[in-house]
Design a protein around this ligand. Structure first.
Ligand SMILES: [Fe+2]
Length: 292
């Protein structure tokens, strides 16, 4: 279990990892959420990645693949990923259903749920922070133990950790109430393993970039609608969807950037005022997709 899968990159001196997140796919491929056709928006993001980064080695989806955890949404995700021929690592978000993600994956597909991999000189660890029926996140004792053991087994490998929920506050009160609740336990393990260089997450639907001691802490835009930074309450932002690119070098150095993918769909005023039922401001979707 602790031997991380080696994904066999062509150039170990320079590994390209792309993080996508928060696709909120609906049961219907043409469904809209807050005015955005989430399936088509993800397709456009992936098209942009293939065009700009044909050398990508690993893609990570950091959670909220689906809006309501329905098997049809994960089958749609699987179909959209047919254009990708590199390993895809997935972790569940608060909107996801763990079992449904795993069940929807095609046998023999390069998609892995909550699996750590070696890519060149680097270790990539994915952590499951999902708490069923809650929007906040927490790491279980088992997941924390796995992290501790994996970092211990790969002590010489510079490490990039992905999780769905942010382990730090981002100065948006409504979002910060749904962060990772036991981040201090995560950082206690990270502090024992100086090879950890980066922690990256989803959930916030916005770019974020700061440092904590030796680690770079990074948030990523969603592949659909975006939240406005620095707001006390739910607020949508009229900026384009996007993704984050990591260039991981053999000596442990790295570069990272956010790429935006402009397109025509932004939430309208009526979308912004829609009847929000969940803590994270996203309306619940009825069977058949309310916005289809
Ligand atoms: Fe989320």
């Amino acid at each position: 279990m602790l031997a991380a899968l080696d994904v066999g990159v062509p150039d170990p001196a320079r590994v390209t990892v792309v993080q996508i997140s928060d696709s909120h796919l609906l049961q219907s491929g043409s469904g809209r959420l807050l005015g955005v056709p989430t399936g088509e928006s993800l397709r456009r993001v992936l098209r942009d990645i293939r065009k700009r980064y044909p050398e990508v080695d690993v893609i990570v989806h950091s959670g909220d693949i689906a809006q309501d955890g329905h098997s049809h949404s994960y089958r749609q995700f699987s179909r959209i990923l047919r254009c990708i021929n590199v390993p895809v690592l997935c972790i569940p978000g608060n909107h996801d259903d763990r079992a449904a993600i795993t069940n929807a994956l095609r046998p023999g597909s390069p998609t892995h749920v909550n699996r750590s991999v070696r890519a060149g000189a680097w270790l990539i660890v994915t952590l499951d922070t999902m708490v069923p029926n809650e929007d906040y996140g927490s790491l279980s004792d088992l997941e924390l133990r796995r992290l501790h053991l994996e970092l211990g087994c790969h002590a010489r490998m510079p490490t990039l950790i992905f999780l769905h929920h942010p382990p730090v506050m981002i100065k948006s009160a409504w979002m910060d109430s749904m962060a990772l609740r036991n981040a201090q336990r995560l950082f206690a393990i990270v502090d024992e393993h100086p090879q950890v260089r980066i922690l990256a997450w989803g959930h916030n639907h916005q770019a974020f970039d700061t440092w904590r001691q030796r680690q770079r802490l990074l948030g990523v835009p969603a592949t659909c609608f975006q939240y406005k930074p620095g707001c006390a309450e739910f607020a949508l932002d009229a900026v384009a969807p996007g993704y984050r690119v990591f260039q991981l070098f053999g000596d442990g150095a790295f570069d990272t950037d956010v790429v935006r993918v402009p397109h025509a769909w932004f939430p309208t005023e009526s979308d912004r005022q829609s009847d929000c039922k969940r803590n994270d401001g996203i309306p619940r979707v009825r069977l058949g997709d309310a916005h289809d």
